[in-house]
Design a binder for this molecule. Structure first.
Ligand code: ACK
Length: 993
């Protein structure tokens, strides 16, 4: 072994240099080298003083990389002071620098004979200057950084060899402030090889965090952190300002805030990159680009959204992620159901909703002309939008359900409805829109209500009104029905008038009284709904005359008196002329009642006496006042609600005495009772018909108050029939029924609804003539022992009353027709109680369920059929009294038809017939009658007789019958009496008993 310590160190370094390697030198990114001796392959050019001190030599480092090193090993001599100074090192931005030394140092023990002179440390010093001082070097200018000692001098190998250990020491220098500095290494007698020197400072290196870039940042020398603002990378936007802190160790700390990639860009490796074709990104954010949704595409990079394919669309509010959609197909299976002037349209959902859920429906109404015979619209149709008054329920647009009701259409009009399904993109593709169309024709409909009523003129007792035709007449208006009543009376009694035009004057009103009035129009389709109630008031009874105007008023009164006197004179003259002329038709006489009420040509109307303030005023308008001394009461024949009914005689001056019935008003009556009592006379007095009980007059000026009427020998029809059970021929019964029907026809023509038509209210005279009696308004029902209170509070004779009148007080001539059917049944069953002992409730229920009274025993089929017709649930289907009269007339002309009975078995005790199965056979011709006759024992009798009319037959005598072989006396008489009855009836009306 060489004992020269310097050579030992040198050998080691040379050996090391035999194996070279190209290890790249990698430094931490946050360290910035100011000097690295390893990086230099050539001479470093550092100053060594004295010259025999530090020596620069080439060698290799621990990685066998060629390096330049300095060594000194003057361990044998005392007082060593060897300096090695680096070149000037620019400070750059460093505030504090680090010096990393790699060196080997031999321990003095391993070197023989150096005791006392050998050292094991060296000093590290520095000098700051603003410029390079070149070779100028002064020891005392340097400041010591530290004394550097080796941690370990040798390392033992596995083979027991000792290997020099490379020491690494790092020292901080700072703060440094001048532009540059020098380092110096002072050796005082050690054996040291300086393998490398690296001088560096620390920085926070450029970095990108949260898509914000942060520049290289040199930390402060002090302990404080440096706050650094980041900048968003390209194609990104700040969401929250990005910031970070740079520590003194060159580390980035506490990232705050971030940036987001712009639409059309996504984050890829800390950058924002454009979306690829076929992808899109519509919003700011760091999510990935999405694939284009169905029916859309993007051909370019960086797409914000994908365009729709042909015939596909995106609605304004549609998100970019939603598939492109298209308008829906047309609704399917449109069905219309027409109800008069409204139609319900139903349809099915379209087959293709276009890929959307926001499908709604719109219905367009068009009024079309040019309909072909088969109902389909012809090619030359003209359509125009429907009027705005057409109502859609719930609405015409934005329908979410597949049905709509269209109302207020015109009657008998063709309409086309276009139903379109719409969705959010329908408006974008007008050409792609499809609709389903349906064409309908509306039906007949009743007119709409009158809405505008005007008061033209008012006086004490009258008012003139006019109104506008209903907005939708739905046909030709036949007339108007005007119903009015005193407001206070609350419709308990009212008056109905009819007018053809749009105005009317109501007379006979009470002064200073409030009235309510309703008008409804009538067309062939029936009555429309009533107008809303219209209120008017009559003028006050008295008025004051101011002194200034008194003279004028006086003149007016005088003039009026003169006019009235003139009118009376004229009236008397004309009256005389009329009396002398041939007697008029009773209906024409009716028109002479001069109470000032509406008289419409051709329409005779009855006047409600309740419209008169004072009943005696009405009663004297329609009834003659009799002197009580002309009346002789014989006996009491019955009891009415207001008092006894008596029989008696009436002897008017210069007239024959006649039998009369006298209805009396018992003492202690109230005003209302008196008014109601006399109301019957006021009503009766308006009628003049052979089948309506005739009023002779009234006694109101003395007591008892009386109503005097014609005397009807046989009393009430019901008790009369019961008394004579099965004693009349069919023709006699039909004759009685014909009379009742004729009276009812007269009443219905007058606009009077009886409401209480029943056999008990028909009176029969000695000639079997039946007359309708018992008149009044609500009183009639109050008076009737049969009347029962209904759930709605009214009192109604249930068994005789039509269902609609029971249910909602719909009293009309049609409800009277129902009652007539019951009377018919009563007559044919000789006064049997309708529905026998069934309770009223059971009757209502049974009738409502369609059950009807069965035919009375031996009832002719035709009459039973007539009953059933009168009991039609739908009141418009019931026969009018005119038709009933004509049917009965036909039967009377063909009595043989009465022989066909509706039932062959005996009368059922309590069985009602189901209406649907109770069809009666019909018979109405002369031939039918003859057929009926053939059921007699002498059925062959007429086989050889030629007959042409009832008249011919009626002239048939017993002799004639003998000629044709009817020789038995009984049948002969029966046939002849039947024929006589027929003839008599044809000539004189009802057949006498
Ligand atoms: O069934 P009747 O005998 O006929 O009993 C009643 C009673 O008065 C109570 O109404 C009888 N009656 C009513 N009006 C007349 C009249 N005009 N002629 C004869 N009797 C009458 C009725």
């Amino acid at each position: 072994m060489d004992c020269n310590p310097r050579s030992l160190l040198y050998i080691l370094l040379l050996l090391s240099s035999c194996v070279t390697s190209a290890f790249p030198i990698i430094y931490p990114p946050n360290e910035v080298n100011l000097l690295d001796s390893k990086a230099s392959q050539g001479e470093l050019g550092w100053i060594s003083y004295p010259s025999h001190g530090w020596e620069e030599i080439s060698g290799v480092d621990e990685h066998y990389t060629p390096i330049r090193t300095f060594q000194v090993c003057n361990v044998m001599e005392y007082s060593q002071n060897n300096w090695l100074r680096t070149n000037w090192i620019p400070r750059q931005s460093a505030q504090k620098v680090y010096v990393e030394l790699k060196f080997t140092l031999r321990d003095c023990n391993s070197i023989p004979l150096v005791l006392g002179t050998c050292k094991e440390t060296f000093n590290l010093l520095y000098l700051e200057t603003d410029d390079d001082q070149g070779s100028h070097f002064r020891e005392h200018q340097f400041s010591k950084i530290d004394t550097i000692a080796a941690d370990e001098s040798f390392t033992q190998t596995d083979l027991g060899d000792r290997i020099l250990k490379l020491n690494t020491e790092v020292r901080e220098v700072g703060p440094v402030s001048k532009k540059g500095f020098y380092l110096a290494f002072q050796d005082v007698g050690a054996c040291v090889a300086l393998v490398s020197v690296r001088v560096y400072f620390k920085k926070c290196p450029y970095t990108v965090r949260n898509l914000a870039s942060f520049p290289d940042t040199v930390p402060m020398d002090s302990q404080s952190l440096v706050e650094v603002k980041g900048s968003c990378v390209n194609h990104s936007k700040e969401e929250e300002p990005p910031r970070m802190y740079c520590s003194t160790e060159g580390e980035w700390l506490v990232p705050i805030g971030k940036c987001l990639c712009n639409p059309g860009h996504e984050e890829r490796s800390n950058t924002c990159q454009m979306c690829r074709a076929g992808f899109y990104k519509s919003t700011l954010g760091n999510m990935e680009c999405s694939k284009c949704p169905p029916h859309s595409f993007s051909h370019h990079e960086g797409s914000l959204h994908c365009g729709c394919e042909k015939n596909y669309f995106r609605a304004e509010g549609d998100p970019a992620s939603m598939a492109c959609t298209r308008p829906p197909s047309a609704p399917r299976n449109v069905i219309s159901s027409i109800n008069e002037t409204s139609v319900i349209l139903d349809w099915s959902w379209p087959e293709d909703a276009g890929g959307r859920k926001d499908v709604t429906f719109i219905v367009v109404c068009k009024r079309c002309r040019g309909v072909a015979d088969n109902g389909s619209i012809s090619g030359t149709q003209h359509c125009e939008p429907c009027r705005s008054s057409v109502r859609f329920l719930p609405r015409a647009t934005g329908l979410q359900n597949t049905t709509v009701t269209v109302g207020d259409l015109l009657a008998h009009t063709n309409y086309t409805f276009e139903i379109e399904a719409q969705n959010g993109v329908s408006s974008l593709a007008p050409k792609m829109r499809q609709y389903a169309a349906v064409t309908i024709t509306t039906n007949q409909a009743a007119p709409s209500p009158v809405t505008v009523i005007r008061k033209e003129k008012t006086s004490r007792n009258s008012v003139s009104l006019s109104w506008q035709e209903p907005e939708r007449p739905n046909g030709i208006i036949l007339d108007y029905e005007i119903k009015y009543y005193e407001k206070e009376e609350q419709e308990t009694s009212y008056t109905i008038l009819r007018a053809r035009g749009c105005n009317v004057t109501l007379n006979g009103l009470k002064p200073n009284t409030a009235y309510l009035l309703q008008i409804r129009a009538r067309t062939a389709a029936g009555y429309g709904a009533s107008s809303p109630s219209f209120q008017f008031e009559t003028s006050p009874d008295s008025f004051s005359i101011s002194s200034e105007s008194s003279q004028v008023v006086l003149i007016a009164i005088s003039s009026s008196v003169a006019i009235i006197l003139l009118t009376v004179l004229l009236y008397v003259l004309i009256g005389r002329f009329c009396c002398r002329s041939k007697s008029k038709h009773p209906d024409e006489k009716r028109l002479q009642f001069g109470n000032g009420h509406l008289r419409l040509p051709g329409i005779r109307t009855y006047v409600d006496p309740h419209t008169y303030e004072d009943p005696s005023q009405a009663v004297h308008e329609f009834a003659k006042e009799l002197d009580a001394s002309c009346i002789a009461i014989d006996k009491v024949v019955g009891a009415g609600e207001f008092g006894e009914v008596c029989s008696g005689r009436l002897k008017l001056p210069s007239k024959k005495e006649i039998c009369v019935a006298i209805k009396t008003l018992k003492g202690g009556y109230t005003d209302k009772q008196r008014r109601d009592f006399l109301a019957e006379a006021s009503i009766m007095g308006q009628f003049d018909h052979p089948n309506i009980i005739r009023l002779e007059g009234v006694v109101t000026r003395s007591k008892p108050v009386m109503i005097v009427i014609e005397y009807m020998e046989n009393g009430s029809l019901d008790s009369f029939l019961r008394k004579h059970d099965a004693q009349f021929t069919g023709i006699q019964l039909v004759g009685m029924l014909r009379g009742i029907a004729s009276g009812m026809k007269y009443l219905s023509d007058m606009g009077y609804v009886h409401r209480d038509l029943a056999a008990r209210n028909i009176l029969v005279n000695s000639n079997l003539v039946c007359k309708v009696s018992d008149f009044g308004l609500s009183r009639v029902l109050e008076d009737d022992p049969e009347a029962a209170y209904t759930t709605r509070g009214g009192k109604i004779p249930i068994r005789w009353t039509a269902p609609e009148a029971i249910a909602y007080r719909k009293f009309t001539s049609a409800s009277d027709a129902w009652s007539y059917g019951i009377v018919l049944w009563e007559v044919m069953s000789y006064g049997e109680r309708p529905y026998w002992e069934m309770s009223n409730q059971d009757v209502i229920k049974a009738v409502d369920e369609g059950y009807r009274l069965p035919p009375p025993m031996d009832c002719p089929a035709t009459l039973y059929q007539l009953m059933l017709d009168c009991w039609q649930k739908e009141r418009n289907n019931r026969p009018k009294f005119e038709q009933i009269v004509s049917i009965l007339d036909k039967l009377i002309r063909n009595p043989g038809s009465l022989k066909i009975t509706a039932n062959t078995t005996s009368r059922p005790a309590n069985l009602l017939l189901d209406r649907s199965s109770s069809e009666a056979p019909s018979m109405g011709t002369m031939g039918d009658w003859m057929d009926g006759m053939r059921t007699l024992p002498c059925k062959e009798a007429f086989s050889g007789v030629s007959y042409s009319s009832c008249d011919t037959l009626a002239k048939t005598s017993t002799e004639d019958l003998k000629k044709v072989g009817v020789t038995i006396v009984g049948p002969q008489k029966k046939i002849v009496s039947s024929l006589k009855a027929l003839e008599s009836h044809n000539k004189n009306g009802p057949v006498p008993v």
